[in-house]
Design a protein around this ligand. Structure first.
Ligand code: SF4
Length: 296
């Protein structure tokens, strides 16, 4: 397989074939993100011949070893690629690896809303099953400060458009992204946006300061301060306590998190709030994931 730079994928795509159809992220401006700062990974579509060679190799592997059921299309926000190109990729995947049951992709409000409902529906018919969307916060001030490139209202509109197209939506939000000072406002707004979006999957990640990013530089200058682990858990408590879902698989078990939770909401809400209240009351570091086990 032809992989260039660092390959990222959602935790739930651990078993998937990772097919890199583009490099980098078309936005690449979020102040906390260093995912695609490798100069070789500037945003571009990979050559069609390279993608076809990767599909052929994967198809051979699938026949000889174990049928491939899931594929994740990398990199960054690959959903922003032109419609005809994505249709060509999905069509070819179906032909070459007929055992594939679901294809996943990263997308954000910019890439989702650039596609019409009909175009998204067409991608769904061709095998796209799930879009992973870093919403990060429901607070427009925070989204502006971190240069997210989209608003809370656009995130809600994206959720409606994906639902209309029959695509599953997995949403990521970031604990601590507003810093210590605006922590509460960020958490409450994030609970509100999750309620409005009502996605079937949510992952809460913990903001980590990555050297080389603008957010890291702000923290070095004292202009930004992350909440401490207890502050992060208070945000998580607000998000779980105040958001309302029809049916949501909610995870806070990303490597960056202090307290891994895996919940079915609303069923597990009270149990999770009880656990968070106990941890927040005792403030015993033994209840948290050790720092050496946390990562990005
Ligand atoms: S859209 Fe995603 S990949 Fe692109 S810069 Fe922002 S966080 Fe990073």
């Amino acid at each position: 397989m032809d992989y260039i730079g660092q390959i990222f994928r959602p935790p739930s795509e651990a078993e998937s074939l990772l097919l890199q159809i583009s490099l980098g992220c078309s936005h690449n401006k979020c102040t906390y993100c260093a995912m695609y700062d490798n100069p070789d990974q500037g945003f571009r579509i990979k050559k069609w011949e390279t993608i076809v060679a990767d599909m052929d190799e994967a198809a051979r592997w699938s026949r000889q070893h174990r049928p491939i059921h899931r594929v994740f299309l990398c990199d960054g926000d690959a959903l922003i690629l032109p419609q005809d190109f994505l249709e060509k990729v999905l069509t070819r995947l179906k032909e070459k690896i007929p055992t594939v049951r679901r294809v996943g992709i990263y997308g954000d409000a910019r890439s989702i809303l650039r596609k019409t409902p009909e175009q998204l529906g067409r991608l769904q018919e061709l095998g796209l099953g799930i879009v992973y969307h870093g919403v990060e916060s429901g607070d427009d001030d925070v989204l502006r400060q971190v240069n997210k490139g989209s608003t809370a209202a656009e995130a809600v509109e994206s959720a409606l458009r994906l639902r209309e197209a029959g695509l599953r939506h997995s949403v990521m939000v970031m604990l601590g992204l507003a810093g210590h000072l605006n922590s509460l406002k960020h958490a409450e707004a994030t609970a509100r946006i999750l309620t409005a979006m009502d996605p079937p999957f949510v992952g809460a990640l913990t903001t980590t300061l990555v050297p080389g990013t603008p957010l890291f530089a702000q923290a070095e200058k004292g202009e930004f301060q992350l909440p401490d682990p207890w502050g992060m858990l208070e945000e998580l408590r607000i998000i779980i306590g105040e958001s309302r879902f029809t049916r949501c698989r909610f995870h806070s078990n990303h490597a960056s998190n202090h307290l891994p939770l895996s919940l079915n909401l609303p069923t597990d809400r009270n149990k999770a709030l009880g656990q968070l209240d106990r941890v927040l009351e005792h403030r015993d570091e033994d209840d948290l994931k050790p720092e050496y086990l946390r990562g990005l």
